[in-house]
Write a protein that binds this ligand. Structure first.
Ligand code: DGL
Length: 280
């Protein structure tokens, strides 16, 4: 990555954000992207508000140092626990501009809650997420703004991220935990017809989730929603779009082993990648 390059930063606690990056790249291939997976400190979903905020801020700062003008938190837990503070408290000093911060950080919760109500016929939606996202109640609060009549039921799935991070998403152990949480979610309301995978790791469990959910259920992943929203954002903000370099470069950073990252990330991203180690 050259110094003059200004890639779009995509951040996640580990591999999950690659499921989002994959769809962003498909939709907007011309931009440069730099992905940062904080694999050494994953999972974030079981950590405190302060810890998630501090880790996320460090990663955003690093992406800014590498020239990013726009960073996407492709992690629901970081979006729920760190985004607001970063936008309101840190950006004005990290990226001061004449009319407000001149660099932007966006999350994945807002674009999802803007459209989720359009998928449900019964008005009953299930949200599967990490414990951190569930207890933050971000989805309940944000969905209320756009679809006040929607009934939202949440279920925390604390074992799902470790299963995915450890490459066990296709194992019999995964069957047990996927079934358990789908059952618990559906027991909350018989009319749930739409299930949102509100953790970017969960699309790796999609085959199993489909197996245990009723066939008529709509299962929503966020990759497509976030990539559409980003495309729209860049059209509405030509001043930001102009700052993002467009040479089709991709860079992958991991805070843990590059060998492990390259092996696993291929599954999440859909093509072979070569990562660079980042010591934070
Ligand atoms: N991928 C993250 C999310 O979307 C969570 C992973 C974690 O717990 O670290 O919430």
């Amino acid at each position: 990555m050259t110094v003059s390059s200004q890639p779009i930063g995509v951040f996640d606690s580990g591999y999950g954000g690659l499921t989002v990056l994959r769809e962003i790249v498909q939709k907007l291939p011309q931009y440069d992207y730099i992905y940062l997976g904080d694999n050494a400190r994953t999972p974030y979903g079981t950590r405190s508000f302060d810890t998630v905020y501090q880790y996320t801020l460090e990663c955003v700062q690093h992406l800014f140092d590498r020239g990013c003008q726009l960073v996407i938190l492709a992690c629901n837990t970081a979006s729920a626990k760190a985004l607001r503070n970063i936008q309101q408290l840190d950006l004005p000093t990290l990226a001061p501009g004449l009319d407000g911060p001149d660099r932007r950080v966006l999350g994945v919760i807002r674009p999802t809650t803007e459209v989720i109500g359009t998928y449900s016929k019964t008005g009953n939606v299930g949200v599967l997420a990490t414990r951190g996202t569930v207890t933050s109640e971000s989805y309940l609060v944000e969905i209320e703004k756009f679809f006040p009549d929607l009934h939202v039921f949440q279920e925390a799935c604390p074992m799902w991220v470790p299963l995915v991070e450890n490459g066990e998403y296709d194992s019999p152990g995964a069957d047990y935990f996927v079934n358990q949480h789908i059952e618990r979610l559906l027991a909350q309301a018989p009319g749930i017809d739409t299930i949102l995978l509100a953790c970017t790791h969960y699309p790796l469990l999609l085959d199993k989730i489909k197996q245990y959910a009723p066939p008529s259920t709509t299962i929503l992943s966020q990759g497509g929603i976030v990539s559409n929203s980003l495309a729209d954002y860049l059209v509405r903000h030509p001043e930001i779009d102009a700052k993002c370099s467009k040479h089709g470069h991709r860079t992958f950073l991991t805070t843990d082993s590059t060998e492990d990252f390259d092996r696993q990330a291929t599954v999440f991203y859909g093509e072979a990648i070569q990562s660079i180690h980042l010591a934070l």
